[in-house]
Design a protein around this ligand. Sequence first.
Ligand code: NAD
Length: 469
Amino acid sequence: MTVATSILDAITVSETEGRAIPDAATRETIGYAPVHTVADLDAAVAAARQAQPAWNALGHEERSRILNAIADDLEANAEELAQLLSREQGKPLDGPNARFEVGACAVWTRTAADTPLEPEVVFEAGESRAEVHYDALGVVGAIGPWNWPMMISVWQIAPSLRMGNTVVVKPSEFTPLSVLALAEVYNRHLPDGVLTVVSGDREVGAAIAGHPGIDKIMFTGSTATGRRIVESSAGNLARLTLELGGNDAGIVLAGTDPAAIAEDLFWGCFINTGQTCAALKRLYVHDSVYDEVVDTLAGMALTSPMGRGLDEGNVLGPLQNEKQFDIVRGLVDDARERGARVVVGGEAAPELGPLFYRATVVADIEDGARLVDEEQFGPAIPVIRYSDVDDAIRRANASTQGLGASVWSADVDAAVEVAKRLQAGTVWINQHGALNPMVPFGGTKASGYGQEFGVAGLKAVAAPKVISR
Ligand code: NAD
């Protein structure tokens, strides 16, 4: 395959100026990302503050027109963006991976542009009337993770720009090139200072969280970092949207046909090789269908091609970084040592590259095992047997996390009744992790607070103002 590099050429700096960013699969250097400092952050925030009034003054219609032009440009450059994303993040081009992620960037940009948000009349009596208007907040600081770096950045940037804010974005130190490439396309259409990428290390992220020039933080990442951001934001009272970690449970009810749910169940667990916040991370299966579900998942794990992302046909890739590889390996080893049954996988795949770990299904495992209780964020799913649905619901809810959950059954009404009792920001029926740019998404409990997408997402990056007469 010929790898297109014009955007990469535009964003990469020289070897002496930048940090080498490896291809996640081969570990060869793709390019060099700038290493910005807190002083660079200060300059970016100052530029964003200066640019914000004029950007806000353009009005919704003009900003929406610009965002739609950006979405067109993302589509026109989709293959180059997908190739870069695939190399840096590791996700294959095919399957629900790199091309899918770039496509979602265009869709979410367009939806942020086109979603109407009119003032709301909240009280009316005689001559009295109260309306809520949604103003720009000012400067938004966007801090993102390495698993869906382009798409999650768009979730943070597009609604913020639409609402008249300017944005300073800090990508994960593992995937700066993907976000720089995304911003390179955005910035072909934006005035100077409206969107700036500060490609720094964790201390730059920490400085954003407490920066006096930043009015709102959109953060997606781990719960541990989320807690630090809450503390840092005390000084400037920055508004926060926190999309944090998950340990999503799925419950397969008695009477479910495993073949009918196989495909969606598998991708619920293994999308982006399991490195997805709202992936299915522990699966509770009724005793009557347990063996069949385990065998079905194991069959798909064995037959789903894993390898370098740029090689067409692969649908599973490597872990993005060594730290995550060690976490996944450690949790599966721990499960094995406790006597759980590794049905397939359970080992690295060094012939594919240093960070590949085979798609793994672990059966005969219980709550209390680290693979069940902790977020694996990788290609290893524990399948837990249950016989009483009340017990399964209790165990699903026992987690400190509450991002997503799912219920699987041919009887959708029965599934909805179970869904009502689960503690999560989203409960899916017969699917897991499916997102829609108009449907609010966010977590409960330690998975964070605030919602993204749709009208709720626009309001989250706006200052509500009541006009009362
Ligand atoms: P992370 O928390 O380690 O890093 C996220 C970002 O925060 C990075 O850009 C990092 O540089 C920055 N950062 C680090 N320290 C900081 C600080 N003190 N203040 C401000 N920023 C700081 O997370 P990660 O390893 O990149 O991502 C994986 C985690 O993200 C998983 O737990 C996953 O579940 C979660 N996640 C959640 C969602 C969601 O929508 N809820 C989506 C994707 C990932």
